[in-house]
Design a protein around this ligand. Structure first.
Ligand SMILES: Cc1cc2nc3c(=O)[nH]c(=O)nc-3n(C[C@H](O)[C@H](O)[C@H](O)COP(=O)(O)O)c2cc1C
Length: 209
């Protein structure tokens, strides 16, 4: 399938068909697409929660401007950024790197020290923002993967991160909610699917200097 065609097919789904569920094989592909997203230094300082519990989803809907996608989509993913970068995060990444690349961990020490010094320069707020940015790249990968699989999505920023953090006990895990992805299959009643894409012209969007 053609990437541009997939993107034209995709739209921010307002109403999902609650009776249709994403199968396990497709879900694994979506998870893989998230795992393969590029991240700064490759550190992957985020986690994606898949919320299956229907009571929790009802509660989260209340904190998501009442948006029906939260309960009606087949799956609900909450992308969460790490709230801090600890030396142990960098060390465990380098251990993995050394194992998967078959290189001595000691040869990566200089690189590790560089990452530690750069990340230590950030304030806690800058760290959260930096980690949050990474989740959007992963979100985009997931949406593109879904479009290829003809699975509908709607990303959501229309929610209260503070309430999500509290309901999902995220601070205790060193996380905070960044962005939400609802995914499943469009309802035939969702009129949005018939509306044209509203986009700037390429001339407006790009400037060649
Ligand atoms: C980060 C992000 C947050 C969004 N939040 C919401 C949301 O809370 N509710 C919603 O219905 N759509 C949400 N959208 C969908 C946008 O409104 C939609 O992508 C945009 O209007 C373009 O339409 P299209 O995706 O159908 O082409 C969000 C999109 C992005 C990228």
């Amino acid at each position: 399938m053609d990437f541009i065609e997939n993107q034209k097919w995709r739209y921010a789904t307002k109403k999902f068909d609650a009776s249709k569920k994403i199968n396990g094989e497709d879900l694994e592909k979506i998870k893989e697409s998230i795992n393969l997203a590029a991240t700064s230094y490759g550190l992957q300082l985020f986690k994606v929660l898949i919320i299956e519990n229907s009571e929790t989803r009802e509660t989260l809907k209340k904190h998501s401007w009442g948006q029906s996608q939260v309960t009606e989509a087949s799956h609900l993913m909450v992308f969460c950024n790490f709230t801090s970068v600890k030396d142990e995060h960098i060390d465990s990444h380098l251990q993995l790197k050394s194992k998967l690349m078959g290189i001595e961990e000691s040869t990566l020490k200089g690189y590790g020290d560089f990452m530690k010094s750069k990340t230590a320069e950030m304030t806690p707020e800058q760290t959260s923002v930096w980690n949050a940015k990474q989740t959007y790249i992963a979100l985009s990968n997931a949406m593109a993967m879904c479009a290829e699989l003809r699975i509908d999505t709607c990303p959501l920023e229309g929610f209260s991160p503070e309430e999500y953090n509290s309901v999902l006990n995220l601070h205790k895990k060193g996380l905070e909610a960044t962005v939400v992805l609802t995914l499943g299959y469009r309802s035939a009643e969702d009129k949005t699917q018939h509306t044209p894409k509203v986009r700037k012209t390429l001339e407006d969007l790009f400037e060649v200097l």
